[in-house]
Ligand binder design. Structure first.
Ligand SMILES: [Zn+2]
Length: 223
């Protein structure tokens, strides 16, 4: 972002000179600026104007280091790809994935690295429509132990805050639980990390939750 162009624009002069340089987006230095760029990238994606082409020259430059402007907690769902949905190139998003996009201790530790070492200014909890993990939490809200393998321990983290009192027959129950689960991710990060809490208090980091609509591709920030 401040250190490399967030939208991944290679300057023509630098290419002709035999090297490359990311256009300096010096104006995007705030958490709100990073969020605005992600939402602008989502609009480009929606309109078929994606710009993140990930040129070979950029790959070589990234080998020297990274400074991702934003970190993401995404669901493991194959239809959720932050780099595509936000139209960002390699090196600009620090993406952590787990089914149900929940802030497990390992995810939080990864985010702490992104914030404290790499300088990320924004963390996005990226829920999505038709989430199977949240659907399982809704369906098995009273009997997660019926789920196979290691799933109960994961799904329990969604059930307790977001579905234990839900009625699955309510047509809006799944969408409500998905939004609740994404929003809960913010509280989970603050409870689980002094590093993240301190950065938020200092104004150098912003936490937002939102939901990607799989049909439209639109990412909506939750209020
Ligand atoms: Zn999901």
């Amino acid at each position: 972002m401040a250190t490399r162009g967030f939208i991944g624009v290679l300057t023509l002069a630098s290419i002709l000179a035999g090297g490359f340089a990311w256009a300096d987006s010096a104006t995007i230095t705030t958490p709100d600026g990073v969020l605005a760029e992600l939402l602008a990238g989502n609009t480009r994606y929606l309109e078929g104007r994606s710009q993140a082409h990930n040129l070979p020259a950029a790959r070589a430059g990234l080998a020297a280091g990274q400074a991702p402007a934003a970190a993401i907690i995404r669901c493991a769902d194959s239809r959720v790809a932050p780099e595509i949905v936000f139209d960002q190139p390699l090196g600009d998003l620090f993406v952590c994935g787990v089914a149900g996009n929940i802030p497990t201790p390992e995810i939080i530790a990864s985010l702490e690295y992104s914030v404290a070492v790499l300088g990320s200014k924004l963390i996005v909890v990226m829920g999505h429509s038709s989430c199977g993990a949240v659907d399982a939490a809704l369906t098995h809200r009273h009997d997660t132990n019926a789920l196979p393998g290691n799933l109960p321990a994961l799904i329990d983290q969604i059930v307790i805050p977001c579905t234990v009192n839900s009625d699955p027959k309510d047509p809006g129950a799944l969408d409500a639980a998905i939004a609740c689960n994404a929003h809960e991710g913010i509280g989970g990060m603050l409870r689980g990390s002094q590093i993240i809490t301190d950065a938020v208090k200092a104004g150098t980091l912003k936490l937002v939750a939102g939901v990607q609509n799989l049909k439209t591709g639109r990412f909506t920030v939750l209020k």
